[in-house]
Design a protein around this ligand. Structure first.
Ligand SMILES: C[S@@+](CC[C@H](N)C(=O)[O-])C[C@H]1O[C@@H](n2cnc3c(N)ncnc32)[C@H](O)[C@@H]1O
Length: 233
């Protein structure tokens, strides 16, 4: 894949579990790919800043990374997941998106270093300091809630939906039946503003068939693919 927007860079400050919180069972995601897909979507909405929603947010990793790296393009983060544990972890990660949050995290890491003497904690403190330099001044809102995105309705509204759906390796769809990916897209259509864009990361087996969106892009990368859809009226 040719990257049009996201530079090749060292993204180790975003390694899951280093400064950003991680728990066993939660998935990671390549930072450069998140950035590229976000910017491809952002370029379609023609707004100075966007409300971005992840309806299968897991640890909130994707949104947290995006807010650090593209803070001025994002005024609101919305995240939901069927799992209470995921909701709580996302809240902790969103809590890092401020100077105060990162100072608290640095204290935690310092305390861990005092107890366990591992150099990795000192490296993480340096990462937290660098992340502080990325914090965007100015108002920013976030909303995190529990939702079964196949079934539950929500009145939240976003400009962009970014979603790394379950592939069945570390995480599986929760819910009865099949055709999960299309049921989710159908259900979140209401959550997009009129000029709304949805980017879905999935494995190759899950096929999107929809009349509510127009496909703008489909790109295969290794075992994954991403598809970008524009909302139809
Ligand atoms: C691949 S992970 C998402 C990773 C996430 N994008 C991140 O940044 O960490 C998939 C998530 O989908 C959630 N999920 C599974 N079924 C769901 C459903 N019916 N409604 C909402 N979330 C669901 C799982 O709990 C899991 O957290």
């Amino acid at each position: 894949m040719i990257y049009k927007f996201a530079p090749k860079a060292n993204y180790e400050d975003f390694a899951s579990g280093r400064v950003l919180y991680h728990m066993q069972g939660f998935t990671n995601f390549p930072v450069r790919l998140i950035c590229e897909v976000f910017m491809r979507c952002f370029s379609l909405i023609n707004k100075p800043s966007a409300v971005v929603y992840d309806p299968c947010c897991g640890s909130g990793y994707m949104l947290t990374v995006l807010k650090f790296l593209y803070g001025s393009h994002i005024d609101t983060l919305i995240a939901s997941d069927v799992s209470e544990e995921a909701v709580n972890l996302t809240k902790k990660n969103f809590g890092l998106l401020s100077h105060a949050g990162l100072d608290m995290r640095k204290e935690q890491l310092q305390d861990l270093h005092t107890r366990f003497k591992r150099d990795s904690y000192l490296e993480a403190i340096k990462s937290a300091e660098r992340l502080k330099g990325l914090i965007c001044e100015g108002a920013f809102e976030s909303l995190v809630f529990k939702r079964d995105t196949l079934v539950d309705k929500s009145d939240c509204k976003a400009d962009l939906i970014l979603c790394d759906v379950p592939y069945g390796i570390k995480t599986a769809w929760s819910g009865e039946g099949d055709d999960f990916i299309n049921r989710m897209l159908d259900n979140v259509w209401d959550n997009l503003n009129a000029v709304g864009v949805a980017a879905i990361f999935s494995d190759k087996k899950q096929k999107i068939i929809t009349e509510k969106y127009k496909r703008a892009e489909k790109v295969l990368i290794g075992k994954r693919k991403f598809e970008i859809y524009v909302k139809l009226k």
